[in-house]
Ligand binder design. Structure first.
Ligand code: PEP
Ligand code: MN
Length: 361
């Protein structure tokens, strides 16, 4: 992608002293609900009011959105509260209607980003627009697919672009609704530092009490903004009830977030340090996940050995592993001493796991 410098200008034009905030309900439900939430957010740091009008639901039978009538409600939000508006578009008809109703931010949802056909249709319909267009990551952890969507829009002369990180689907059970895989967003930021990066902690966590923590991690990783689902009666929301917060909670979250200054030298240093530390935290968590997985595999080996009545310690195989790891470690700048100590500890833990299984009849 060339000429990416201009991609940030729409964000810089805001001259914000806080992260950009997009807030509002997962779905527009009724005119009253839309207006009540908007009035709750009117005197806050919120920059854009979001509401899903067409809802992409994984399975049929759930609430699929109020449709075009909701765009009129968003227009009323803008007139009455001055908040600019944002909604998801998933085809040409949506784009045409959203533009007709002067929606300020159009975003492409995670289920649409996976389809180059849909993204191309939207990009064609938006050609040359001066509206802000944000691209959510695809549901699967695939950076090239995400970048491909951005390139399709960029090549249609859409200048006000940005991305939203909303986490990725996984078959594994985790504490997240969609696992963050922060390293993917970090890589995107490293490759395209001009592309505004917004975090959607609502869809990452799926739970309202985790939103502050994930938002803080995002800010520590230098994200430019947050999209947080907000509802006057979260428990009774027609979609994504567990993850929505009230306008009052959203305002409190914004107060509780530690927002880093960027101006003086001291702050610059702290900024860089926080950013690196946040990356280290992410990597450390991945290390723990990987070690946990390794021990599960060791448990499986324990089960097999138990069935066949084979000894836990297989010295020949262990020495082969160590020799190989010392060489591979060297290639990555890791000392022999470190590799020996680390793998001995890992091996010991593995043996402990297997012992437990073999002796547990
Ligand atoms: C949404 O923002 O309400 C939504 C459907 O999000 P996603 O595309 O990230 O699932
Ligand atoms: Mn939602």
């Amino acid at each position: 992608m060339e000429n990416t410098e201009q991609l940030r200008t729409w964000l810089d034009d805001h001259q914000l002293d806080h992260p950009l905030v997009i807030a509002g309900p997962c779905s527009a439900e009724t005119e009253d609900q839309v207006m009540q939430i908007a009035h709750g957010l009117k005197d806050s740091d919120v920059n854009y009011y979001r509401a899903g009008i067409w809802k992409p639901r994984t399975r049929p039978g759930n609430f699929e959105g109020v449709g075009a009538i909701g765009l009129k409600w968003l227009q009323r939000v803008k007139e009455e509260t001055g908040l600019k508006t944002a909604t998801e578009v998933a085809n040409k008809a949506h784009v045409d209607l959203a533009l007709e109703h002067d929606i300020d931010v159009l975003w492409i949802g995670a289920r649409s980003t996976v389809s180059p056909f849909i993204v191309q249709e939207i990009a064609d319909a938006l050609e040359g627009t001066d509206k802000i267009v944000l691209v959510k990551n695809p549901v699967n952890p695939d950076l090239p697919l995400w970048l491909g969507a951005i390139e399709r829009l960029h090549s249609k002369d859409i200048k006000k672009l940005g991305v939203i990180h909303r986490g990725f689907s996984t078959y594994e059970k985790t504490k997240y609704r969609n696992i963050p895989e922060w390293q993917i967003a970090i890589e995107l930021q490293n490759r395209f530092p001009d592309l505004p990066l917004i975090c959607d902690p609502s869809h990452i966590t799926g739970k309202r009490d985790m939103i502050l923590d994930v938002s803080q991690t995002a800010l520590d990783l230098n994200f430019d903004g947050l999209m947080i689902e907000t509802h006057v009666d979260p428990d009774n929301a027609w979609s994504d009830a567990a993850q929505q917060v009230t306008p009052a909670t959203l305002i409190q979250i914004m107060k509780d977030l530690k927002i880093r200054k960027e101006k003086d030298d001291e702050a610059e240093y702290n900024n860089a340090l926080n950013n690196l530390r946040a990356q280290i935290d992410v990597i450390d968590n991945q290390l723990l996940d990987t070690l946990g997985k390794r021990m599960k595999v060791a448990d499986g080996i324990g089960e097999l050995k138990k069935q066949r009545n084979v000894a836990v310690l297989q010295s020949k195989r262990w020495n082969e592993i160590l020799g190989k790891m010392i060489l591979e470690g060297e290639e990555r700048g890791l000392s022999e001493e470190f590799i020996l100590r680390m793998f001995k500890a890992i091996h010991q833990e593995s043996i402990n796991h297997q012992e437990k299984i073999i002796n547990n009849s």
